[in-house]
Design a binder for this molecule. Structure first.
Ligand SMILES: Nc1ncnc2c1ncn2[C@@H]1O[C@H](COP(=O)(O)OP(=O)(O)OP(=O)(O)O)[C@@H](O)[C@H]1O
Length: 262
């Protein structure tokens, strides 16, 4: 496994026809962190991840380790060890779990090598199957997997590419309680060896698994810290007032304790 790297974002700006979707964001994610990015709809969370992964043009600086990502192509950024998932899993439904992983693992090698290796399961693939808990379903078509399992397969496809920074967009949307729990535990395991950033609206999930949290609002970082710290932050409470998640964020017990600590 390659060494852990962190993310250092400075004065990140993304505009769409003059509208500032990301408006001067500074963000530090420590190596091996499990950082949650929260914020109301339209806060700029997805656009920020789009900027880090090269999908939108941005100004400022995004350092992963000591490599500047801004200005690089999507492919070059992916080759730097950065991978993301989208809200809808993008797996090949007709292919088996194993084939999906093998293709992902082969992204960087020639077709001939892949064909030669087809009989053995590459070690990275075997490890990813175990990590995401799909070893027993290795020969099942991906299309037959449950919703949560497809998300895990997609995460597995990033692991076999030896992604060192995973950016996940609402990984537990639509999952059952048990699937959420399993996903949270998976992210905890993954972040032992990689840096993980999760965009999330599910506040219960965030509270259970975030090691640190950044709250975005109107393209800016509104608040940052532990779960207790951001929950106790009045600006966060104000932003969430009037939103469906207000009751969730304005959580009960943690907030007063965090205020006293602060
Ligand atoms: N391609 C685009 N063209 C124009 N405006 C865009 C584009 N992409 C995003 N926006 C706008 O930028 C703002 C930030 O959007 P973004 O999707 O990053 O928010 P978000 O925090 O991820 O929201 P959500 O939680 O709803 O996914 C929104 O006002 C959105 O309408």
């Amino acid at each position: 496994m390659s060494e852990l790297s962190g993310l250092r974002i400075r004065q990140l700006r993304v505009s769409f026809d003059g509208f500032k979707a990301v408006d001067g964001v500074d963000l530090d994610v420590q190596p091996g962190d499990l950082r949650f990015l929260i914020g109301p709809n339209g806060a700029g969370k997805t656009t920020l991840v789009d900027a880090v992964t090269g999908l939108v043009k941005a100004e400022g600086s995004v350092l992963f380790g000591d490599e500047e990502l801004l200005g690089r192509s999507v492919h070059k950024i992916a080759r730097s060890g950065i991978g993301r998932t989208f809200q809808t899993a993008t797996v090949f439904e007709e292919l088996t779990v194993l084939q999906n992983l093998d293709i992902a693992a082969g992204a960087g090698r020639g077709m001939l090598t892949m064909l030669r290796r087809r009989k053995d399961v590459p070690e990275s693939v075997a490890r990813a199957l175990e990590t995401v808990g799909l070893a027993e379903l290795a020969d099942s078509p991906a299309g037959t997997l449950a919703h949560g399992q497809k998300q895990w397969l997609e995460i597995g496809m990033l692991l076999v590419q030896d992604v060192r920074l995973l950016l996940l967009d609402e990984p537990v949307a639509g999952m059952s309680h048990d699937e959420r729990q399993a996903t949270g535990e998976l992210l905890e395991r993954i972040s032992e060896e990689r840096t993980v950033v999760v965009i999330e609206h599910d506040m219960d999930f965030m509270r259970s698994f975030a090691r640190s949290v950044s709250v975005l609002h109107a393209g800016k970082v509104l608040s940052e810290g532990t779960v207790a710290e951001v929950q106790a932050d009045r600006r966060v409470q104000e932003v969430y007032l009037g939103h469906a998640a207000a009751g969730d964020v304005l959580d009960t017990a943690a907030a007063p304790a965090a205020v006293q600590e602060a």
